[in-house]
Ligand binder design. Structure first.
Ligand code: FAD
Length: 652
């Protein structure tokens, strides 16, 4: 089943690997999908462009949200569901939010059966910490290194499954094989169904073809299109672009999360994340006047739910049944906008951020125990001792709420054989994600994607096949940057084009968006797309980062266009999308999704970076039992009167 077959096309040799399911991405979503598809008896390849174990999931610090009710027994899935919908400003795919809230506790407990070791409460249960937008302490965590434990545990589970397979077949890799440092550049179809995935080995540059009827895209986010970001080099929107070019649709691409607390100094580390766990454990935001400014920024939709004085906020920290929560832990979009306003008003710290103070709130020893990574991060990168002085922080591009449009139950995209989970899928988080809800999302929907893909493959009567024409095109696209002369007068350098793309997105489609700036961004993206055709790289295919970037750029340009076009169309402010000219939420937009697609004509006109079409789509109305969980008064802040006519509390 997993034998390598060596082929060649012209002078280009490539390896062929047949698998039932190919999971692209080895973060939390990908690994959980692998486990599930293998448990159903299928052969699974897991392909990742970085080293195995090095994914964004490993960087996750604060924790994984699940309403286990260990730290406060009032918690339940209904409250988690409501918090998630509120955080996403009711634009979320409510079915995904429901499945997520219901299934997250089981997924966390299941991790313990794989060998995870979470921090404990005094009576030995999994400890849970406070986080922005969560009513109760809900984040299961391992210090501030939760993602590392998640990945470690799932890798361990995969090894144990491989040992079972060895006992049965004599081959450890008979059902699960890992292809690390291998980048997928194109999906190949057979009559609108997935037939394969094509890519290259980063080290040798040689080509590889996976013949498969099903792919699970689990490639994470798009942050590397922005200059200031918490994301690492792999987040170039590959899964988003692979799906889009294959004919699937993306939704919600205008919604990007700017995490309020990234490092602002020194310049070389600008954007690196400062976990929300600092505020969850009592840290407070202050401006240059020493004022805890978040009390001035509680928006009308959250009025009444947050503490209005410092005394009340501090009381809540000691006992969260006795008072309302601190506004330092408002959802991230609110806090990021508040910091932006303080800086704009000139009440900023010396390097253009605000202060985050944990030093005056907890004993030094406790800070080092609870936040070891943060302590080391600041000590080593900025020479700041966070047990003695405040940190300087400011917003950083962190997470994309938008992604591949999927069926909530099966994770199937709109093209047969494509499944998607984790950050590259869309819908679950609506217009803004709550902290901690990504790790739980990966587990819940990674599992569902593995199940969905397995069910799809088992139901097939014919395996799709890859055509030579498509394979030839994929090889030609991958080799194109070498076809151009680097010293030609009009040749372009991939690093220059990337830097200009990042600057454009940062300056013109950032936290606060203006129509004229977004139009300018779209114009510049058009120019960059033209220049991209002239990108040339020197050398050969052996570990050639310039070539790798040239191929990643194709994806970043396409996805950046989705973000800019959708942002220009949505004439309201909601969650991670703030319009300078439409500062309020508009109930008429609440139920509207912006769907990005590429039509046949667009594909034919420019197969390299085709133009994107954005259309409006209505979401299905929420199930009445779920709607009834909310008070009519609260829903009135988000819904139109007509929509609420059917609510049990409504008079009409
Ligand atoms: P990832 O874990 O990023 O995995 C993506 C995988 O896809 C990688 O293996 C990559 O190599 C591979 N890949 C990408 N493109 C290709 C390609 N073309 N071919 C082959 N492979 C490819 N969320 C929380 O819930 N709680 C937290 O505390 C938290 N803290 C965070 C801290 C930081 C610093 C960051 C950056 C994020 C944090 N998040 C947190 C968000 C969360 O970590 C991510 O959203 C989540 O881990 C994404 O998981 P994923 O499985 O979708 O993708």
């Amino acid at each position: 089943m997993t034998e390598v077959d060596r082929h060649s096309y012209g002078a280009q040799p490539y390896d062929v690997h047949p698998y039932d399911v190919v999971v692209i991405g080895a973060g939390g979503a990908g690994l959980r999908a692998v486990i599930e598809a293998r448990e159903r008896g299928l052969s699974v390849a897991v392909v990742c462009k970085s080293l195995f174990g090095k994914a964004h999931t490993v960087m996750a610090e604060g924790g994984c949200a699940a309403s286990m009710g260990n730290a406060n027994s009032n918690d339940n899935w209904q409250t988690h569901f409501k918090d998630t919908m509120r955080g996403g400003k009711f634009l979320n795919n409510w079915r995904m939010a429901e499945l997520h809230a219901r299934e997250a506790p089981d997924r966390v407990w299941e991790l313990e059966t794989y060998g995870a070791l979470f921090d404990r409460t005094a009576d030995g249960r999994i400890s849970q910490r406070n986080f922005g937008g969560h009513t109760w302490p809900r984040l299961a965590h391992v210090g501030d290194r939760t993602g590392l434990e998640l990945i470690r545990t799932m890798q361990q589970k995969i090894v144990s499954l491989q040992q079972e397979d060895y006992a049965e077949t004599g081959d450890y890799e008979s059902r699960i094989k890992i292809f690390a440092e291998c980048t997928i550049t194109d999906l190949l179809l057979d009559e609108q169904r997935v037939a394969g995935a094509f890519g290259y080995w980063r080290e040798s540059g040689s080509f590889v073809l996976f013949e498969t009827p099903a792919v699970v895209l689990a490639t994470g986010g798009i942050g590397k299109s922005y200059k200031v970001t918490s994301n690492s080099w792999e987040y170039t929107g590959d899964g988003h672009a692979l799906a889009l070019r294959a004919g699937a649709t993306l939704i919600n691409m205008e919604f990007l999360q700017f995490h309020p607390t990234g490092m602002v100094w020194p310049p070389s580390v600008k954007g690196i994340l400062v976990t929300e766990g600092v505020r969850g454990d009592g840290g407070v935001l202050k401006n240059s006047e020493g004022k805890r400014f978040m009390f001035d920024y509680i928006p009308p939709v959250f009025k009444g739910q947050y503490a209005e004085t410092e005394a009340e906020a501090d009381k809540w920290l000691a006992d969260n049944d006795s008072a309302r929560r601190t506004p330092d832990l408002l959802p991230r979009d609110e806090v990021a906008r508040a910091i932006n306003s303080e800086v704009k008003a000139g009440r900023n710290s010396p390097h253009g951020g605000v202060y985050l103070d944990i030093a005056s709130r907890l004993p030094a020893e406790e800070i080092r125990r609870r936040l070891p990574s943060m302590y080391h991060q600041f000590k080593e990168l900025a020479d700041v001792d966070i047990t003695a002085e405040p940190m300087e922080v400011g917003p950083t591009c962190h997470y994309v709420m938008g992604g591949i449009e999927v069926d909530p139950d099966t994770a199937a995209a709109t093209i047969s054989g494509i499944f998607a989970a984790g950050e590259c899928s869309g819908g679950m988080h609506g217009s803004n994600r709550l902290g901690g809800n990504s790790l739980s999302d990966l587990l819940v929907f990674g599992r569902r994607a593995g199940l969905g893909a397995a069910g799809y493959v088992q139901g097939l009567t014919r395996r799709p096949t890859v055509s030579t024409t498509d394979l030839t095109a994929a090889i030609a696209t991958a080799l194109a940057p070498f076809e151009r002369a680097v010293d030609a007068p009009d040749s372009e350098n991939p690093y220059t084009v990337h830097a200009e793309l990042q600057q454009t997105m940062n300056d013109l489609v950032g936290i606060i968006r203006k129509p004229e700036e977004m139009r300018e961004a779209i114009r510049r993206l058009g120019e960059l797309r033209d220049r991209y055709r002239r990108v040339a790289v020197a050398g050969d295919r052996h570990f050639n980062p310039g070539w790798h970037l040239a191929l990643d750029l194709r994806n970043m340009l396409l996805i950046s266009e989705c973000v800019a076009e959708a942002a220009l169309l949505r004439t309201e402010s909601r969650g991670g999308h703030t319009r300078d000219d439409f500062p309020a939420m508009d109930p008429n937009w609440r139920n509207t999704l912006l769907v990005c697609s590429i039509d046949q004509a667009g594909r034919a006109a420019d197969p390299l970076v085709p133009r994107v079409t954005v259309t409006l789509e209505e979401q299905k109305p929420m199930q009445p039992e779920l709607l009834a969980l909310f008070d009519l008064e609260e829903l009135g802040k988000y819904y139109t009167d007509e929509e609420l006519a059917g609510h049990p509390g409504s008079e009409g």
